[in-house]
Write a protein that binds this ligand. Structure first.
Ligand code: PGA
Ligand code: ZN
Length: 430
C-alpha cells in the first residue's frame, strides 16, 4: 500500500454510553486508504487525583456528564489539525493532541477526547496496513497472552455492600493457555455464585460495576475465604491453580485529617494496615496487592514492597496514574514491584506506552487495566499482547464490556496458534 494511504482524511466524534450508562466520547478516524478506527474512552469511579481530567459539560443534561463540549473541541480544534497527518506517526499525532490541549493534564480539551482519538488513530493505521492491532503496536515478537486478574468480589465504590477493599481477584496461573485459564476462572466464578446464593440468598449474587459479586459481607477475610471455597469447590487448588489479588484502592477509605484508614469498623494507622495485609498474605495465597495505601504514600508502599518482596507483587495504580513522572519517583524509592497502566489516566497511547516500557525496563511488572466504567472496545486486550506485559486486569468473566476484552484475547490466541504462549505463575516470580 502506498504511504499516502495512511494519511488521516477524517476525524469525528460521537456520543456513546459507557457500562454505567453514562455518556462517553467515541472517536472515528479514517485514512485515505480506507482504514477506519473507532475507539471509546473508558471512565473510572475511584479516580486518582493525579489523573488526566475528563471534560464534562456540567448542567442538567446527562446529569452534568455530557460530552458536548469535548465533541465540539474534537471537531473544531482536533480534526483540522490531525487531518493530513500520517496515522502511522502515533508519537506525532499524540504530541499534537497534547499541544492542542496546552495544559499538563489534558484538562482543556479533556482526556476523554484525547484518548479516544489517540486509540482511533492507531486502529485506523493498523486497519490501513491490514494487520491486527497487537501486531501493529507490538511487532513480530508480541506472542505472550496476559494472565488475567479477574475481579470476582466487588466492594468499595464499585458496589453497594460494606466491603472496604474494592476488589478481590482470582488469578488462574495453573493453565497452559489463555482459554484454559478463562475456563477455570468461569467455572470458579459460577461456583462462587452458587455458594453465595446458598449462604446469603439470591440477592447476594447481584454484581458490581466490574461484574464481580457484591455479597453482604464486611471483612476481607470473609471475601478471601469465599474465594478459597469457590476454587476448591470448582475442583482446583489455591496456590497451585489459582492465586489471589486485592485492590484495596486505599485512598477511598483514607482520612487525611487524621492520617488513618477506616477498615472494618476500626481506625488503622499505616503500620497497622501494613500488618493487616501481611496477616492476610500469611493465611491466603495472595500474589498481588494494589494501592494498599493512599495515593501519595510512596514510603508506605515501599515498606510493604520490602516486606513482601519475592512473594507478593505490590502494585501502584492511583500512586502513579500511568504518569512517567510519578513512576520515576516510585522507582527511585523502590515503592512497588508492579504498576497499573490505564490509557485514559494519562490521555494518549504514546504516553501510556512510554510509562509501561519505562516500568518494565526497570524490572517493574506492568498490568494493563480497564476502568470500572468501560465499554465494548477491546483495545486494551491488543495493547497487553503488544506490550508483552503478561498481566491484564479487566474484571469478572461477565458483562459485555469485560468479556469484550477476554473474547478478543481468545481470538488473538487462536490467530497466533503455535506462536502463542501463556506465562502462568512465571509472571509472579521476580
Ligand atoms: P476505577 O477503578 O476505574 O473506578 O478508577 C479501577 C481500579 O482502581 O483499578
Ligand atoms: Zn486500582
Amino acid at each position: 500500500m502506498p504511504g499516502d494511504d495512511f494519511i488521516i482524511s477524517e476525524v469525528r466524534g460521537l456520543y456513546a454510553l459507557d457500562s454505567r450508562g453514562n455518556p462517553t466520547v467515541k472517536a472515528v478516524v479514517k485514512t485515505k486508504g480506507g482504514g477506519r478506527g473507532y475507539a471509546l474512552a473508558p471512565s473510572g469511579a475511584s479516580k486518582g487525583s493525579k489523573e488526566a481530567l475528563e471534560l464534562r459539560d456540567g448542567g442538567k443534561r446527562w446529569r452534568g456528564l455530557g460530552v458536548s463540549k469535548a465533541l465540539a473541541l474534537l471537531e473544531e480544534e482536533v480534526a483540522p489539525r490531525l487531518r493530513g497527518m500520517d496515522s502511522r506517526m502515533q508519537e506525532e499525532t499524540d504530541k499534537m493532541l497534547s499541544l492542542i490541549d496546552g495544559t499538563g493534564n489534558k484538562s482543556r480539551i479533556g482526556a476523554n477526547t484525547t484518548i479516544a482519538v489517540s486509540m482511533a488513530v492507531a486502529k485506523a493505521a493498523a486497519e490501513t496496513a491490514g494487520i491486527p492491532l497487537y501486531r501493529y503496536l507490538g511487532g513480530v515478537s508480541s506472542n505472550v497472552l496476559p494472565v488475567p486478574l479477574l475481579n470476582v468480589i466487588n466492594g468499595g465504590v464499585h458496589a453497594g455492600n460494606k466491603l472496604d477493599f474494592q476488589e478481590f481477584m482470582i488469578i488462574p496461573v495453573g493453565a497452559d493457555s489463555f482459554i484454559e485459564a478463562l475456563r477455570m476462572a468461569s467455572e470458579t466464578y459460577h461456583e462462587l455464585k452458587e455458594i453465595l446464593k446458598k449462604r446469603y440468598g439470591p440477592g447476594a449474587t447481584n454484581v458490581g460495576d466490574e461484574g464481580g459479586f457484591a455479597p453482604p459481607i464486611e471483612r476481607a477475610e470473609e471475601a478471601l475465604g469465599l474465594l478459597d471455597e469457590a476454587v476448591r469447590g470448582a475442583g482446583y487448588m489455591p496456590g497451585d491453580h489459582f492465586l489471589y489479588g486485592i485492590d484495596a484502592a486505599a485512598s477511598q477509605f483514607y482520612d487525611a485529617s487524621t492520617g488513618s484508614y477506616a477498615v472494618e469498623g476500626k481506625s488503622l494507622s499505616r503500620g497497622e494496615l501494613l500488618d493487616f495485609y501481611v496477616g492476610l498474605t500469611e493465611r491466603y495465597d495472595i500474589a498481588y496487592i494494589e494501592d494498599p495505601f493512599e495515593e501519595n504514600d510512596m514510603e508506605g508502599f515501599g515498606e510493604l514492597t520490602n516486606k513482601l518482596r519475592g512473594k507478593v507483587l505490590v502494585c501502584g495504580d492511583d500512586l502513579y496514574a500511568t504518569n512517567p513522572r510519578y513512576l520515576e519517583e516510585g522507582l527511585a524509592r523502590g515503592a512497588t514491584t508492579a504498576a497499573i497502566a490505564k490509557v485514559n489516566q494519562i490521555g494518549t497511547l504514546t504516553e501510556a506506552v512510554d510509562f509501561a516500557v519505562k516500568a518494565m525496563r526497570s524490572g517493574v511488572r506492568v498490568v494493563v487495566s480497564h476502568r470500572s466504567g468501560d465499554t465494548e472496545d477491546p483495545f486494551i486486550a491488543d495493547l497487553a499482547v503488544a506490550l508483552k506485559t503478561g498481566l491484564i486486569k479487566t474484571g469478572a468473566p461477565s458483562r459485555g464490556e469485560r468479556t469484550s476484552k477476554y473474547n478478543r484475547l481468545i481470538e488473538i490466541e487462536y490467530e497466533l496458534g503455535a506462536l502463542a504462549s501463556y506465562p502462568g505463575p512465571r509472571v509472579f516470580r521476580p
